[in-house]
Ligand binder design. Structure first.
Ligand SMILES: *[C@@H]1O[C@H](CO)[C@@H](O)[C@H](O)[C@H]1NC(C)=O
Ligand SMILES: *[C@@H]1O[C@H](CO)[C@@H](O)[C@H](O)[C@H]1NC(C)=O
Ligand SMILES: *[C@@H]1O[C@H](CO)[C@@H](O)[C@H](O)[C@H]1NC(C)=O
Ligand SMILES: *[C@@H]1O[C@H](CO)[C@@H](O)[C@H](O)[C@H]1NC(C)=O
Ligand SMILES: [Fe+2]
Length: 465
């Protein structure tokens, strides 16, 4: 080998070493965290059909799968109505709900609402009788007892209505996605309950019934029995995910969202006002291109948001716009391109997504400068842009998404392949504490937390870790 060649090789080696040093410096300077926490490797196992959480309540035709659902704006602008939904399995029974501020005794409840019922077939499955009953003219911040099942087996529950919307009204949300019904799902729900939120913002993918042969719809029933312990006592705000589609032409099932739509009488895109928050729910699997109904609605809705009255603007979507995980990589991109501009202009505070079965939080970034000829197509730090979080880490049967892209992009502040849930604790118009809790820790442990300052009232303040 000639001296010249040998010298050139040494030079190549030097260049390689310098390259890695440079990469290291860039990574350190960027300071995004890919958490080194490694969950112990274990199968994500669905709870068996005879698990305690799936037990059918005793008594003939007993109401089961009881849940509260918020009505959308503008039908229920202020949160003084609530839909109660439940299923009876033996026969239709009564769709009446009796309720009361004063008495937990169903015999003495003085208020009454009449509901409706529906049922559906899915391949060879026939659902129970699904009841939906709307309670109206509720007072704010008031505890109500309610009961149903009259004529057969009566069950009663209670809930507290949300406070009157106002700029400084404190409220604590749970942020849960892609829950499913495994032992991990049960840990997630238990930890959320221990952390004590007032309502859940649920970012889609509920039961994962479609992962079973014939989309076994009994898994929609078991899931709803499983979450009843929370959902019958506080509203969950529902977002439709891909596992709600249940499209199966091979089974003769051509209507998208059939089981979900029968069971959860909620629109696919809508908004609710809760305390000091205006929550906008988007539908990743409904059309959102220009001139579509969702596009028209969102444009009008963002103009209706009154940040003086409800300072916190929160957007829920199933497929994330900012996720650096290899799983479902860039699936949310077309919706981001369509809507990010509006969301940034509206100074939204937080965009919550699921779909990817891991946890991630972004810095405040935007990527709206691109106009096809200027080539400016990279996310840039933007003080008044929202924070994006992905909480598709509820713990479903598909397991963890542990394939993050490398290196961690600069917009990503924290990411970890573990199951868990998040909470958003709004204190007043300017401050809210966001926290993520991994399932391997005690419920109260904060694995990733940040004080968010409101983008309307404090648009130039940075968040504090
Ligand atoms: C689920 O969690 C609840 C509350 O922590 C517990 O009582 C129940 O036994 C758990 N069920 C299963 C199947 O793990
Ligand atoms: C539906 O069909 C499957 C497969 O043939 C069978 O295992 C299941 O028991 C059937 N379910 C009902 C409710 O008939
Ligand atoms: C991991 O993600 C990358 C994209 O970042 C993809 O190319 C690769 O196929 C993924 N690997 C697995 C095992 O899914
Ligand atoms: C809002 O809450 C934060 C955090 O608790 C507190 O530091 C701040 O002083 C509060 N602002 C007002 C106006 O009360
Ligand atoms: Fe999903």
């Amino acid at each position: 080998m000639s001296n010249v060649l040998r010298a050139r090789r040494r030079l190549d080696l030097l260049q390689v070493v310098l390259f890695f040093v440079a990469v290291l410096l860039v990574v350190v300077a960027d300071a995004g965290v890919t958490s080194q926490y490694r969950r112990k490797l274990e199968a994500t196992v669905e709870m068996p059909l005879d698990a305690d959480v799936f037990r059918v309540p005793p008594g003939y035709n007993a109401p089961q799968q009881v849940r509260l659902i918020r009505l959308r704006q503008p039908i229920d602008q202020e949160g003084t109505a609530m839909i109660v939904s439940w299923v009876t399995a033996n026969e239709l029974g009564s769709s009446t709900v009796m309720y009361s501020e004063a008495s937990p005794d169903p015999e003495k409840m003085e208020l009454r609402a009449e509901g409706t019922h529906t049922r559906y077939d899915y391949f060879n499955y026939t659902s129970g009788f699904i009841h939906h009953c709307t309670l109206t003219n509720l007072k704010h911040s008031t505890k109500y007892y309610y009961a149903m099942g009259f004529g057969h087996t009566v069950r009663s529950f209670c809930f507290t209505t949300p406070p009157m919307p106002g700029p400084d009204v404190p409220f604590k949300f749970g942020l849960i996605g892609d829950l499913g019904q495994t032992f991990d799902s049960n840990t997630t729900l238990s930890h959320y309950e221990a952390n004590g939120g007032d309502a859940v913002l649920y970012v889609g993918d509920l039961s994962y019934a479609d992962n079973h042969p014939l989309h076994d719809n009994t898994r929609w029933d078991t899931w709803a029995r499983f979450v009843e312990r929370s959902a019958a006592h506080q509203p969950w705000v529902w977002t439709a995910g891909n596992h709600e589609l249940d499209l199966a032409p091979e089974l003769g099932e051509h209507v998208p969202f059939k089981p979900f739509a029968h069971r959860y009488p909620t629109p696919f895109w809508y908004s609710v006002r809760v305390a000091s928050a205006h929550v906008v729910v988007l539908a990743s699997y409904s059309a959102y291109g220009k001139y579509t109904a969702q596009w028209e609605w969102l444009r009008a809705e963002l103009a209706r948001v009154d940040r003086a009255a409800t300072p916190w603007l929160i957007v829920l979507v199933h497929s994330p716009w900012y996720s650096s995980n290899g799983y479902h990589y860039m699936e949310g991109e077309t919706m981001r391109v369509q809507f990010e501009r509006w969301i940034v202009a509206a100074k939204a505070d937080l965009v919550v997504a699921g779909h990817v079965h891991a946890y991630e939080r972004s810095h405040r970034v935007s990527n709206v400068a691109y106009d096809i000829i200027n080539a400016r197509c990279t996310p840039v730090r933007t003080r008044d842009a929202p924070v994006y979080v992905t909480v598709g880490d509820g713990g479903n049967i598909e397991g963890i998404a542990d394939n993050f892209t490398q290196p961690q992009p600069s917009y990503s502040a924290f990411r970890e392949a573990s199951f868990g849930h998040a909470t958003l604790e709004i204190r007043n118009r300017t401050h809210a504490y966001y926290a993520w809790h991994r399932n391997q820790d005690g419920a109260k442990v904060v694995a990733d937390g940040v004080w968010l300052t409101n983008r309307y009232w404090m648009p130039t303040d940075d968040d504090i870790n």
